[in-house]
Ligand binder design. Structure first.
Ligand code: NAD
Length: 256
């Protein structure tokens, strides 16, 4: 059980971050949810999650594109036994026309935020005598696709940063690993299916198989529950000697 541990999950008011937060809470951890908005529904999401699993849950607004806010998130969390760096954005465009400001923003949110939160969290983990850093990278942290230069560069960077974090904490009861999801069925992805069905004049199953999951040999999406389960495993005693590595949850994508 993760009772007594506090998990901070960046970018967790939807999708994978929320899925990971839910599984950590199910395992007994107190959770701090985060995104850059500060709406009533963000705070309600945390309150409902806390009530559902009988843990303490709160929502802290912080913009992961800003280093100071990344560090402030960890300070406001109080404890930070489990840090999940999940916030991320995407932009699809060729290198020559890729907007430089978008490049900078993707590097800031998808890569640099993990540096800032980790720097702020490690002293807390050392003080507590236990810690887990879990970085949500991607199959694009290990392989590339055209038109995703900033995303692929940031995710490869996250995998490298994870290894350094692991080496700097190697002799302590702290581990750092990256989870590398393939295509995951989040609301964001679900919303693309009807459009793709229209564009390709295909039914739902065919669009998923032939268009969306061309690179995922299992021909199935990974789920946010499976990613949450992977995070819970990385927090277990069985994973005490797993550090500085990646776990792919990609239906065979990186085996191709
Ligand atoms: P999503 O858009 O549902 O979630 C992204 C989260 O990050 C949201 O909660 C959003 O509010 C938050 N966020 C965005 N900008 C932020 C900012 N400036 N500050 C704080 N929070 C911010 O997408 P998702 O699919 O759940 O993606 C989560 C992570 O998983 C990302 O790092 C993404 O790269 C990675 N990933 C997703 C897939 C997939 O197929 N969905 C595959 C591989 C990796």
């Amino acid at each position: 059980s993760l009772k007594g541990k506090t998990a901070v999950i960046t970018g967790s008011n939807s999708g994978i971050g929320l899925g990971i937060a839910r599984e950590l809470a199910r395992a007994g951890a107190d959770v701090v949810l985060n995104s850059f908005t500060d709406r009533e529904e963000d705070h309600k999401l945390a309150a409902d999650l806390g009530a559902e699993f009988g843990v303490s849950a709160r929502y802290v607004k912080a913009d992961m594109s800003k280093g100071e806010e990344c560090r402030a998130l960890i300070e406001q969390a109080g404890r930070c036994d489990i840090l999940v760096n999940n916030a991320g954005i995407q932009h699809v465009e060729g290198i020559e026309s890729f907007p430089p400001a978008t490049w900078d923003r993707i590097i800031a949110i998808n890569l640099s935020s993990a540096f800032h939160t980790t720097a702020a969290a490690l002293p807390k983990m050392r003080e507590a005598g236990w810690g887990r850093v879990i970085n949500v990278a991607s199959a694009h942290g290990l392989t590339a696709s055209p038109f995703k230069s900033a995303y692929v560069a940031a995710k490869h960077g996250v995998v490298g940063f994870t290894k350094v974090t692991a080496l700097e904490t190697a002799e302590e009861p702290i581990t750092a690993n990256a989870i590398c999801p393939g295509y995951v069925l989040t609301p964001l992805v679900e919303a693309q299916i009807p459009d793709q069905m229209k564009v390709h004049n295909m039914d739902r199953e065919t669009v998923i198989r032939e268009v969306m999951l061309t690179r995922q040999p299992s021909k199935q999406f990974a789920t946010v529950e499976q990613l949450g389960g992977t995070a819970v495993f990385l927090c277990s005693a069985a994973a005490d000697q797993i550090t500085g590595t990646t776990i792919s949850v990609d239906g065979g994508w990186t085996a191709l």
